[in-house]
Ligand binder design. Structure first.
Ligand SMILES: Nc1ncnc2c1ncn2[C@@H]1O[C@H](COP(=O)(O)OP(=O)(O)O)[C@@H](O)[C@H]1O
Ligand SMILES: [Mg+2]
Length: 492
């Protein structure tokens, strides 16, 4: 009972068995009734015919009838018919020759009933019938013959029911044997069908069991026919594809993360080992330590970024959402990157294009200020990093009724069309040699994190770039109606 297959077979056998039994029962009942009715109808027809014969032989005269007793009826009505004519007083006046010297039993009640105009049927058990017939039961009709509305005499026709009983017995046996046999056969058929139907499922189970971490590339056979099982297999295969993909990404991520951390750690280790080989001047140590600090800062940054990614992925990065004034946010980001920019003699210009009638004091977004600031610093950092010395960077704030767009436009090295689709991938960096400054190594996580953060704020981030001409990164965020919020606050 543990399998669907067994349940289906059992259910099928029960339903089929019940239906077949019911059908057989009804069939038997109707057939038995019909046969009995036919039997009686034949008796009745015979009685009518005999009545007509007796009438035409002018035995109608009551006096005459009462005069004769036990006179044999000459006509033959077949070997199975026993006939006798009875007067209205219940006296047997004529009997068919096959009755020899026996008579059919007749009771007062039957005579009384028949005289009232009824055809009376009786079935005699072997005990009362065996003086006439050797085996079985006998069915007798008592049929009144009227003349001018007056009962004249009664015709009795009897016949053995043994043929009828025999055929009903055979039918009963046939059904009692046939029905269980048919149910057994149907059960076997059901077993076969269910096996055929579930075999593919069993195959799916076996293959799915064999798909493990080491064999993630295994797929289910989808067959040639587009049936339910094939669709199930395809659906599962698609799921396995996604799992495999996610698993590969995970592996890749771990490998990339380790690699990213390994490089600065190797440098750090190398520098310190070299420093320890010989005694150094204090000045040398200061140089070595500040270089070490730089590597450690780099490692710390990567670890921070990895932590942010882990939180983003596990849904544990909680945004402290508050209204954030956009111009203040942007000025903050610009001032935090200005040292790096001036180091490269790059200027950062800030332009504001607000929708008519909107002052900067009224332009807000709702979000986590620290996270949004880190996004903007990231983007400015990229713009500076991938610009040439003495380039200018423009930050454009374009606000209309239903969006706040922040564009960071540089005239730097740009991104090749091959790299463009991948720059949001984790650890992805376009050809490092193209970066104008070798010391400013990034981890390739910045854009990936920025996009997740912007999307967590209900916004989007887009990059347009032409190689060697520059890049425009656009962050679009839903605006926050500060006045409305302020008035709500007052009501509270
Ligand atoms: N403003 C830009 N100009 C040119 N290339 C860019 C710019 N911003 C990003 N990129 C490219 O996208 C890659 C991914 O950026 P990011 O995720 O911030 O990583 P990182 O800054 O650590 O290299 C960069 O390595 C660079 O190749
Ligand atoms: Mg970056």
């Amino acid at each position: 009972m543990r399998t669907i297959r067994a349940k289906i077979i059992l259910l099928f056998v029960v339903i089929f068995g019940f239906t077949l039994s019911l059908f057989s029962g009804v069939l038997y009942f109707l057939y038995a009734r019909q046969s009995a009715q036919n039997f009686d109808l034949n008796l009745s027809n015979d009685a009518l015919e005999i009545g007509g014969l007796v009438k035409s032989n002018s035995f109608l005269n009551q006096d005459l009838l009462s005069g004769i007793t036990g006179r044999p009826l000459e006509q033959s009505f077949g070997p199975n018919r026993y006939v006798q004519v009875v007067s209205i007083t219940g006296r047997v006046v004529m009997i068919s020759t096959n009755l020899k010297d026996q008579t059919l039993p007749i009771s007062r009640q039957v005579v009384a009933l028949a005289l009232r105009g009824n055809q009376v049927f009786e079935t005699l058990g072997p005990a009362s019938a065996n003086h006439v017939i050797t085996t079985g039961k006998m069915r007798i009709i008592t049929y009144p013959v009227f003349d001018d509305g007056i009962p004249r005499y009664l015709i009795q026709v009897g016949a053995s029911t043994s043929n009828l009983d025999e055929s009903m017995l055979q039918l009963r046996l046939l059904l009692l044997l046939g029905v269980p046999l048919t149910i057994i056969a149907a059960g076997a058929g059901g077993f076969y069908l269910a096996k055929k139907a579930f075999d593919p499922i069993d195959r799916i189970i076996r293959t799915a069991q064999s798909i493990s971490v080491d064999h993630l590339d295994r797929r289910l056979d989808t067959g040639r026919v587009d049936d339910e099982v094939s669709r199930l297999s395809k659906t599962l295969n698609a799921m396995f594809d996604r799992i495999e993909q996610a698993f590969k990404l995970q592996k890749q991520f771990t490998a990339d993360a380790s690699h990213e951390l390994k490089t600065p750690l190797t440098i750090l280790l190398g520098e310190i080992e070299v420093a320890l080989k010989n005694p150094r001047t204090a000045q040398d140590y200061v140089g070595i330590l500040s270089s070490a600090v730089e590597e450690i800062r780099r490692i710390t940054n990567i670890v921070d970024e990895l932590l942010t990614i882990a939180r983003l992925e596990s849904g544990q990065l909680f945004l402290q959402k508050k209204p954030v004034r956009v111009d203040e946010l942007m000025l903050d980001a610009i001032s935090k990157t200005s040292a790096y920019a001036s180091q490269r003699s790059i200027s950062i210009g800030y332009e504001v294009q607000n929708v008519a009638g909107r002052d900067n004091e009224e332009v807000f977004v709702e979000g986590d200020r620290d996270k949004l600031l880190s996004v903007m610093i990231n983007l400015l950092d990229n713009a500076i990093k991938y610009s040439r010395n003495d380039n200018a960077i423009r930050v454009v704030q374009a606000v209309d009724r239903d969006s706040v767009k922040l564009k960071i436009i540089d005239r730097g090295i740009g991104i090749s069309p091959q790299d463009l689709p991948h720059i949001f991938d984790r650890f992805y960096r376009a050809d490092k040699s193209r970066s104008s400054e070798g010391t400013q190594r990034g981890s390739g996580l910045g854009l990936s994190i920025s996009r997740s953060l912007v999307e967590a704020h209900g916004g989007r981030i887009d990059v347009e770039s032409t190689q060697d001409l520059g890049t425009t990164v656009t962050v679009e965020l839903p605006p926050y109606d500060y006045r409305e919020a302020a008035s709500k606050e007052e009501i509270h």
